[in-house]
Design a protein around this ligand. Structure first.
Ligand SMILES: [Zn+2]
Length: 293
């Protein structure tokens, strides 16, 4: 499933061909993705200019001149291809296998920038919605989301407060979108390794009884921000290198410290441990039991 850095990379890939451009032609090859598309989907988009392309957690939000916001989510398997007069770009393809079957091109945007943007989604867990800007605060998909991890407001105090009194594991807490928005399995494993914290540790142990952050909360907050920034930077570099955006596994996976590296040596300097895989809440956790405490 695409995670926050990949969605941000997609946003950065789409922004130059969407921002300031008008939807000239919109074709939906089917009436539904995860949910039905709005009945007047093409009509509400055609003729409108994208005034800005933003992101909230893993949602892309295109502000339109009409006052609507086009919300887009990649789901499990969604991806965009951008066809330009001088070639094709595939933003965000640095870790996940990309579908090559054109039969899964469900939505096509013809933009006044000259770009044709195709949304491909074999498993159709992705979604597109049109929401009036004024109603965005009440949008159920966005309303329950916790703080944006790369936002200035997200700090150790906020994370400690959200974890205070939580009986769940630290891993489970970080996957909870109300605690922090947009983190998935990969970057939670990576951040916990960087912070030298066990995924099995109780979430409440990063806060004092009164909910104040301790040194673990500081370390974890720094690790979350750093791992996401590094991943976005790696995505950006693969995006510029058009020769290898062929949809196969890309560059950033080589930078993973623990994810999918069972049995390999722990990358923490001076640590002699090996990466172990355990199951938590039905999902794989990769960690080093020696230095992550
Ligand atoms: Zn280690």
């Amino acid at each position: 499933m695409p995670e926050l850095p990949e969605v941000e990379t997609v946003r950065r890939g789409l922004a130059p061909v969407m921002e300031g451009a008008r939807f000239v032609e919109v074709v939906a090859h089917r009436g539904d993705l995860r949910w039905p598309l709005p009945k007047d989907f093409a009509k509400r988009l055609e003729g409108q200019t994208v005034t800005g392309l933003g992101r909230r957690a893993k949602y892309l939000l295109a502000d339109l001149s009409s006052g609507d916001v086009l919300l887009m989510h990649l789901g499990m398997s969604g991806s965009f291809r951008i066809a330009l007069p001088h070639g094709e770009q595939k933003p965000g393809a640095y870790y996940h296998e990309r579908a090559k079957d054109l039969a899964h091109d469900h939505v096509v945007f013809g933009m006044s920038s000259g770009a044709t943007i195709r949304f491909n989604d074999p498993r159709r867990f992705g979604c597109m919605k049109l929401i009036p800007r004024a109603a965005l605060d009440r949008e159920p998909l966005l309303r329950a989301l916790g703080p944006e991890p790369l936002g200035n407001e997200f700090d150790a105090t906020m994370l400690a407060k959200a974890c205070n009194g939580k009986n769940t594991s630290l891993k489970a807490a970080l996957l909870d979108q109300k605690v922090v928005a947009g983190l998935g399995n990969i970057y939670v494993c990576e951040a916990l390794n960087r912070a030298l914290l066990s995924p099995k540790r109780k979430a409440s142990t990063i806060a004092s009884r009164s909910g104040e952050p301790n040194e673990r909360a500081e370390r974890l907050t720094d690790a979350i921000k750093a791992v996401l920034k590094d991943a976005i930077q790696a995505g950006g570099s693969s995006l510029r290198d058009h020769r290898q955006t062929d949809g196969s596994l890309g560059m950033f996976q080589h930078n993973f410290r623990v994810y999918d590296r069972e049995g390999e040596k722990c990358p923490t300097s001076g640590c002699k441990g090996a990466i172990k895989r355990i199951a938590q809440n039905g999902r794989s956790t990769f960690h080093c039991p020696v230095c992550q405490k």
